[in-house]
Design a binder for this molecule. Structure first.
Ligand SMILES: *[C@@H]1O[C@H](CO)[C@@H](O)[C@H](O)[C@H]1NC(C)=O
Ligand SMILES: *[C@@H]1O[C@H](CO)[C@@H](O)[C@H](O)[C@H]1NC(C)=O
Ligand SMILES: *[C@@H]1O[C@H](CO)[C@@H](O)[C@H](O)[C@H]1NC(C)=O
Ligand SMILES: *[C@@H]1O[C@H](CO)[C@@H](O)[C@H](O)[C@H]1NC(C)=O
Ligand SMILES: *[C@@H]1O[C@H](CO)[C@@H](O)[C@H](O)[C@H]1NC(C)=O
Ligand SMILES: [Zn+2]
Length: 946
């Protein structure tokens, strides 16, 4: 799936430097769910992801009947399905429901004799067939099918169960026929409906989101990724509407569209859509490319950017994988209601509108980057994920981690001037570090038997599964042998390792252990190391990095929390020959330095670990930052700041040392170090914006950022022009955001003046890049008038990207009554779409005034939120983490524990782990404040003395 509406997290990269440091890069296999990033405006600060080595199996059905188990028996193997579905886009006024009806015939082969048929089915009502049973069975090839003895629906495990009065015979083929009805609900899962207004008329779209386990909500199916089959789909729909599915349209008659059979594929990649949408198209090397969206959006040219970029990205991946695009067409569609960021359905990719539609007048450079990277991510899945599919969900990390890495390569192809590859560290590595440093994190790979129930599967879609990327050389060679061997089939990560090993052997690359021995240290144990370089002794050593050093790691690891770590490093300004750290420690004489020499390890952060140094080397590095910061590569400047702050959190170095890494920023103009600092200072804001540290901290930061603000003012000729570079455009946003946040009067005047001009003239003078921050600051400074104006602009926005900026900014007001009213709106789908409810609540909680209001609101409404937003939604962990982020007092900890206790019955669904993580985080925050508040206060005060 694409990055969610949460924010993105991280990708960690463990670079395996194969060979003479020559090709030091390449594969990213990976981990973690990188959701979309803060600057995409989907600003949720998720800290989801962790768990004990496995998601807990909460209740196991107390029975050994096959239908009480969550996994299908291996006795039946589907060959193909013929499915006809008829969604009704009009409400039935008697029942108040939107429904769909369907018929399905599945042909399956019996692999082991059995008198039982189990097939997944959820929330479907069946029309009785012969002898009053829910299905009927026929056989092929002259034998007689046994008759059905009894049939029923097993709700908990989501099966249609048929007991037969005789055995199905091995290697024989059978047909199972069903007629069924389901609700076309607005629940964003399975076959569901999305609504929008066009010219004052409400329109309904029927669409799908199957991954991971909701295909069974659309028709009865063997709903596991390894149960690949061919699907013959027919959709019945009204004249004038457009029906789409994975295959090409084969024919229409009055009311129905028949599609070409699909390739052999997994159920979770199916898609069926009926809409009134329009499209634009082109053809590239015989592959038809179409972009579908609401008719006014297509007419306004909002699909053009996606259409322009899809062809080149597709071509890039064909080359990269050395495998031609396996399908005759590639459709992409923007949906008004969509839970994740995008979904890689084979041949029919679905997106949130903000992830596909671009408009120069409204879209920022970050919106544009998101579109390019999400398209690349989803297209990458057409091969890695769709052509070759994970065997079971425990290997989800392989699928998502890989796509999260190669999306940067695809986006780079689309926009070579952006240097997006440099952003991996900020967008993914830092984010995954945050989650993977908790004792409650989990290894990339879970055991198959630990992942059984739909909720456990959903929980895997977290930061860790998307972003812990591992780099490996020789990937270029390995990948196509892997794809070729497993095309149209399924594989696990061990298959990938053996193909990597073949590539390594073939090229004679020199690595210290086998690929699998190296990779397994990163994949089979959670977390990552902090590598300490002692430049006075030359000893380098590693230790499991835990954000809270007192937290208890209860999960044993066969590798004893040691990793095989590639060390790329430089001495003073010269890059050195890379080394490996295989054990707890090793002495490397060349790392002993004296005088003014310094050592910097993990160059360009190609390795997935943090670095600490002896005090002397830290002092020398700080010295370089203050006198000649460009001697340190820009990604490492960002990294020094991030490592220092996190090492301080973990009590490995002092907080004051971390703060000292920000002193040189008044000379820094580059985006990455600033972004890293701003991200880390966010934690200081969360911890201190309700305390006396706040004032002196604001004074210090205002002084640090003022030169950057002034720099942009002159660079843009008093804010009239747009900076040329992509990264400069990003950093301009940082300059304004932080200057206004720290109370720089000139900044506040600027944003208020722009916003007022908009209110008065109704012509928006604010550049799209700056809108989020300008709106937010102006609404924070204003009152009801500004809020109401923004709300009306939100309701009338013609493009979701603009609406999203306003939705974010509306949470910035300082008026409690407006915030409370806004919270109420989040649970009214007429006000705030369901897909946006969680992130809106979290935006409000991010506001210091909104924090306690949002927490009270979520606590009071938990069971309602849970029932309304529970099914198929992946956002509970974001919600729980988001509303508790600032928690740092005993009182808040008690409330949180109480919340856990009070709602034990209702449950927390995919937020279960997040509740425990929040408790863990709150305890750590309490300790951190107790230990650091005075020092930090003293330091900020001292810095303000001239
Ligand atoms: C509405 O539902 C009722 C009850 O299921 C059914 O009898 C009726 O035919 C439906 N109306 C329409 C217009 O489909
Ligand atoms: C499904 O439809 C195809 C094409 O019409 C047909 O060849 C096949 O026999 C059908 N299979 C079943 C199980 O009905
Ligand atoms: C399915 O049956 C249940 C129980 O009779 C009913 O409440 C529900 O509305 C039905 N769903 C549809 C889509 O007809
Ligand atoms: C785009 O679609 C139109 C209408 O279906 C068709 O006539 C045209 O040939 C298509 N163009 C390309 C480049 O595929
Ligand atoms: C798409 O490509 C066309 C032709 O190169 C170009 O004129 C147009 O500006 C592009 N549109 C966007 C939004 O990139
Ligand atoms: Zn994905």
């Amino acid at each position: 799936m694409g990055k969610g509406f949460f924010i993105s997290k991280a990708v960690g990269i463990a670079a395996i430097i194969v060979g003479a440091g020559a090709l030091a890069t390449i594969i990213a296999l990976s981990v973690v769910y990188s959701q979309e990033k803060a600057k995409n405006n989907d600003n949720v600060l998720p800290t989801d992801g962790g768990t004990t080595s496995k998601p807990p199996v909460t209740t196991t059905a107390p029975s050994n009947e096959p239908w009480d188990k969550y996994r299908l028996p291996k006795s039946l193997v589907p060959d193909h399905y013929n499915v006809t579905l008829w969604p009704r886009l009009k409400q039935n006024l008697t029942t108040g429901l939107f429904i769909f009806t369907g018929q399905s015939t599945v042909e399956f082969v019996c692999a082991e004799e059995t008198d039982l048929i189990l097939i997944h089915s959820n929330k479907l009502n069946y029309t009785k067939r012969e002898n009053n049973h829910l299905a009927s069975l026929t056989s092929l090839g002259g034998v007689k099918a046994p008759s059905i003895k009894s049939s029923w629906l097993q709700q908990v495990t989501q099966y249609l169960v048929l007991q037969l009065d005789g055995k199905l015979m091995k290697d024989h083929r059978y047909h199972l026929h069903t007629d069924f009805t389901g609700e076309l609900a607005d629940d964003l899962g399975g076959f569901y409906r999305s609504e929008y207004m066009e010219d004052g008329v409400k329109k309904v779209v029927a669409t799908t989101q199957m991954q991971p386990t909701d295909a069974r909500k659309a028709f009865p199916c063997f709903d596991e990724p390894a149960m690949k089959a061919i699907f013959h789909i027919t959709l019945i729909h009204d004249l004038g509407t457009v029906a789409l599915s994975n295959g090409e349209e084969k024919g229409h008659d009055v009311q129905k569209t028949v599609f070409q059979p699909t390739e052999k594929m997994s159920t979770y990649l199916l898609a069926f859509i009926v809409s009134d949408f329009s499209f634009i198209n082109n053809t590239i090397d015989g592959v038809l490319i179409r972009i579908f969206a609401r008719t006014p959006a297509i007419a306004a040219g909002q699909g053009d950017y996606a259409l322009n970029k899809t062809g080149p990205i597709l071509k890039f991946f064909e080359k990269y994988y050395n495998s031609s695009y396996p399908l005759p067409k590639s459709d992409q569609i923007a949906l008004p209601d969509f839970n994740a960021g995008a979904m890689e359905n084979w041949g029919l990719i679905t997106y949130r509108e903000t992830a596909l539609l671009y408009d120069e007048t409204f879209s920022s450079n970050s919106n544009k980057q998101r579109i390019a990277t999400i398209i690349a991510h989803e297209l990458a899945h057409m091969w890695f994920g769709n052509l070759v599919t994970l065997r079971w969900w425990n290997d989800l990390w392989l699928n998502e981690g890989f796509a999260s890495y190669v999306e940067y390569l695809g986006a780079h192809e689309a926009e070579p001037e952006w240097n997006v590859k440099d952003l991996i560290v900020l967008s993914d590595v830092h984010r995954v570090f945050a989650v993977d440093a908790l004792a409650s994190s989990h290894p990339l790979s879970s055991k198959e038997e630990d992942i059984q129930k739909p909720a456990q599967i959903s929980e895997l879609f977290d930061a860790i599964s998307y972003s812990k990327v591992t780099s490996l050389t020789a990937f270029q060679h390995l990948k196509f042998t892997y794809l070729a061997e497993f095309a149209f089939g399924n594989a696990g990560y061990t298959d990938l390792w053996s193909h990597l090993q073949m590539a390594v052997d073939a090229t004679g690359t020199d690595i210290p252990e086998t690929v699998s021995n190296i990779m397994n240290t990163w994949v089979l144990q959670m977390g990552f190391p902090v590598v300490t370089v002692n430049t006075s002794t030359g000893i380098i050593s590693q230790k499991h990095f835990l954000l809270d050093p007192d937290s208890e790691v209860t999960t044993p690891s066969i590798y004893n929390y040691e990793w095989i770590v590639p060390i790329k490093w430089m001495k003073t300004e010269t890059i050195q020959h890379p080394k490996w750290l295989k054990n707890e420690s090793v002495t490397i004489d060349e790392m002993k330095v004296s005088g003014s020499d310094w050592v910097l390890a993990n160059i360009n952060v190609v390795g997935y670990y943090r670095v600490n140094y002896d005090q002397g080397n830290w002092e020398r590095l700080l010295g370089v930052l203050s006198t000649n910061h460009v001697a340190i590569p820009v990604i490492n400047r960002a990294q020094l700041v991030d490592d220092a702050f996190n090492l301080a959190r973990a009590k490995i170095i002092s907080t004051v040392l971390a703060l000292r890494t920000t002193k040189y920023l008044n000379k820094e103009r580059e985006y990455m170090p600033w972004e890293s600092a701003v991200g880390n200072l966010d934690f200081f804001y969360l911890m201190f914006d309700r305390s006396e540290v706040y004032g002196p901290m604001q004074d210090y930061l205002r002084n640090q950022v003022t030169p950057l603000f002034t720099h942009y003012k002159s660079l843009t000729d008093n804010w009239k022009n747009v900076p040329v570079g992509h990264m400069d455009q990003y950093n301009q946003v940082n300059a304004i955001s932080l200057a206004c946040r720290t109370g720089l009067r000139e900044c506040q005047n600027l944003t208020n003046q722009w916003f007022n001009q908009w209110m008065e003239t109704k012509l928006n003078p604010i550049h799209p890049n700056l809108r989020s921050t300008v709106y937010c600051n102006a609404i924070a400074a204003g009152g009801a008038k500004e809020w109401e104006f923004a709300w009306s602009q939100f309701k009338n926005a013609s493009i979701a990207i603009e609406a999203d900026k306003l939705r974010y900014a509306l949470a910035c007001t300082k008026q409690p009554w407006l915030l409370n009213r806004y919270l109420e709106y989040t649970l009214d789908p007429n006000m705030i779409r369901k897909q946006d409810a969680t992130s809106t609540i979290v935006y409000i909680a991010n506001n210091v005034i909104g924090q306690s209001l949002a927490w009270d609101f979520v606590r009071a409404r938990w069971s309602y939120i849970f029932t309304q937003y529970g099914g198929g939604s992946f956002s509970f962990s974001n919600l729980v983490n988001g509303v508790t982020e600032r928690f740092s007092t005993e009182y808040e900890l008690q409330q949180l524990k109480q919340f856990k206790e009070d709602n034990a019955e209702v449950g927390f669904g995919s937020g279960t782990l997040a509740v425990d993580q929040s408790i863990e985080r709150t305890i750590a925050n309490i300790k951190w404040i107790a230990e650091n508040k005075q020092n930090v206060l003293d330091w900020f005060k001292a810095e303000e003395k001239p």
